[in-house]
Write a protein that binds this ligand. Structure first.
Ligand code: TRP
Ligand code: SF4
Length: 404
């Protein structure tokens, strides 16, 4: 049995939508690149999730997966720091999804916001499918399979993480209780040594009776340090802190990035489908053309008309890319008609091109060697499977699937 340090473990997933753009880079990937040095990270290309909505258009799927892998690598996600893999290459995701489906109330799925919205105002496709209804549970399985405690996501995903927490809690409640759990937990406390045992008991009381969350954290840290007790006892004591049984599947926590939102070329949300994106692999010329064509403050009909950056989609890009000094120059020049819009866009074009240069150099290397990318993903899947198998072995056992 293994005790996973779930608070140090990150899992996140992304749907394979093809080539990634600056919105993905600033909103997600830069954060992943940072996290990979501080946490044990699993990053999953969730191809099954793509099928929950795009089951009719599968011709591009594998190309999208490869393109996304190249862009992750280009952005600096490193296979030596993080585990990158394709969801469908780790079939354990499907088994855990199935097993969790046994205990997941239908009503929980029906009240997930993304499902409710789709039912209230269907957008074209028929998404009255079993797969679409169950997709938050598949996502919960993605996370719980690795016992990941930390899930970096956007605000739109928080409801899904909350759902995963509820599923984990229900699982632990149903199956975390072994016969004689309390006695075993008390016996485990006895093995802690007198001082530690007293501390543990006090902290546990403080949490259970006063809801003192800090005490819970302290108690967890205390347990982590214990070298002399068995892993089984440790798991019991983690579970006993919160009053339940053993914690088989720890509850994950959403980690919201504080990354600035990067709007698209038209000021709306940057996305592939809106046709307003700068892609990570756009050439310097494409970047220049896209930015030059961006609309600006409509008040600036003539070069001599003053404008207001607050009314211009170019301005938020300056706020992400430009120094304080340049921003000052934009404010001044725009409101006084001292600079023209093309002039204003100049430093921005350069900054985006500069940012993309090292990424594109890496992208070229990976793009020209698809076998290397496949190998990275295959190795990632192997590493992921090793973890996944351990969790599943415990889950099977807990659910009575014990044929040894
Ligand atoms: N549902 C997520 C999205 O649409 C993608 C996803 C699937 C995911 N599995 C995950 C995100 C697990 C975080 C963790 O963006
Ligand atoms: Fe926008 Fe710059 Fe033109 Fe002002 S000068 S309207 S901020 S592009």
């Amino acid at each position: 049995m293994s005790l996973v340090d779930s608070e140090r473990r990150v899992l996140s997933g992304m749907r394979p939508s093809g080539r990634l753009h600056l919105g993905h880079y600033h909103g997600v990937l830069k954060n992943w690149v940072k996290l990979q040095h501080a946490y044990e990270c699993y990053f999953c290309i969730v191809d099954w999730h793509a099928l929950t909505t795009d089951y009719e258009q599968v011709g591009q799927l594998s190309q999208h997966v490869m393109d996304m892998a190249v862009d992750w690598l280009a952005a600096g996600v490193s296979p030596s720091s993080a585990t990158l893999f394709i969801q469908s290459q780790v079939p354990e995701h499907a088994e855990l999804h199935l097993l969790l489906s046994m205990i997941c109330p239908l009503s929980w799925l029906e009240r997930v916001p993304s499902y409710k919205e789709q039912q209230e105002q269907p957008r074209g496709k028929d998404l009255g499918t079993y797969g679409f209804l169950g997709y938050p549970l598949l996502q919960a399985a993605d996370i719980l399979l690795y016992r990941a405690g930390v899930v970096p996501v956007g605000a739109d995903q928080v409801a899904h993480i909350e759902f995963a927490r509820e599923v984990a809690r229900r699982f632990n409640h149903l199956y975390g209780r072994e016969p004689g759990f309390e006695d075993k937990a008390e016996a485990a406390i006895g093995k802690l040594g007198k001082k530690t045992a007293t501390l543990y008991n006090n902290l546990r009381k403080a949490f259970q009776q006063q809801g003192d969350v800090e005490a819970l954290e302290t108690a967890r840290a205390l347990l982590k340090e214990q070298q002399t007790i068995t892993l089984g006892d440790k798991e019991r004591l983690f579970g006993y802190l919160e009053g339940g049984g053993k914690v088989l599947l720890p509850e994950p926590q959403a980690l919201l990035g504080e990354a600035p939102k990067l709007p698209g070329l038209d000021g709306g949300k940057m996305s592939n489908s809106n046709g307003n994106a700068i892609f990570l692999r756009d050439s310097a010329v494409e970047v220049e053309e896209k930015i030059r064509r961006m609309p600006t403050d409509p008040a600036r009909v003539h070069r001599s008309d003053p404008g207001n950056p607050a009314h211009c989609p170019v301005w938020p890009l300056h706020q992400v890319y430009s120094s304080e000094q340049t921003c000052e120059w934009v404010q001044q020049g725009c409101t006084s008609a001292g600079i023209g819009c093309l002039e204003c866009k100049g430093p921005l074009i350069e900054a985006v091109q500069e940012e993309l240069k090292p990424l594109q150099a890496r992208a070229v290397d990976y793009q020209s060697d698809p076998d290397l990318v496949r190998r990275i993903l295959a190795e990632g899947a192997e590493r992921a499977r090793n973890e996944a198998r351990e969790t599943l072995a415990e889950v099977r056992l807990a659910m009575g699937l014990n044929y040894r």
